[in-house]
Design a protein around this ligand. Structure first.
Ligand SMILES: [Zn+2]
Length: 200
């Protein structure tokens, strides 16, 4: 099953104020996975969007947050029956899985078509969810990619905040090469243009 974008992320400046919310994605399984849960004020609309897909929060088996910023983790509390992966942290209730070493580049395998891959840069604990589906490989990257436009304008992802521009550049290239589609942190899903698949 292809990942379903429940909400397109965005970021914008209006009247001198900065507004942002993340892309929120459902991967139907089993196991059922939700990636990035928006702000803490989005609970009602997130439940409604799940209901439209004939899902309830308790049907979700994994919550994956691409990193720990407030617009990506806000509604994690809805998912009481799920394993929560927030950046490098993996937990269920108060029990933490401390053996998985994202830091040494190990991927966390959810099943044979869904894996969580460390892609540091925006924060040093950023992860991306890589999904093999009928339309090809879809990478749900959080803010490794801010939006499609940042493929041609590095300032967009740099100004969104980068804890390591060097690592972010390397991981962006890695994801561009392996993906057919990218769901970025703050813009609609896009197909990766062939010209971005050549390194350098
Ligand atoms: Zn973000």
């Amino acid at each position: 099953m292809d990942p379903i974008v429940l909400f397109d992320g965005y970021s914008k400046i209006e009247n001198g104020n900065y507004y942002a919310n993340c892309s929120c994605v459902l991967i139907k399984g089993p196991p059922n996975v939700i990636v990035d849960t928006m702000t803490a004020w989005d609970g009602d609309k997130l439940v409604k969007a799940l209901n439209k897909e004939s899902f309830a929060p308790d049907d979700i088996n994994y919550v994956v947050c691409t990193h720990g910023h407030s617009d990506h983790i806000g509604c994690n509390y809805l998912f009481q029956k799920a394993i929560h992966i927030v950046g490098h942290s993996i937990s269920y209730k108060n029990k933490y899985e401390i053996d998985h070493d994202f830091k040494s580049s190990y991927e966390y395998i959810i099943n044979d078509r869904i894996k969580v891959s460390p892609t540091p840069g925006h924060t040093l604990q950023d992860v991306s969810v890589i999904v093999n589906s009928s339309r090809g490989v879809t990478a749900i990257t959080g803010d490794l990619f801010e939006k499609f436009e940042d493929l041609t304008d590095d300032n967009i992802w740099k100004e969104a905040g980068s804890d390591s521009e060097e690592l972010q550049r390397i991981n962006r290239q890695k994801i561009l090469i392996l993906s057919d589609f990218i769901i970025p942190g703050h813009g609609p899903m896009f197909k990766v243009p062939q010209r971005f698949k050549n390194p350098g």
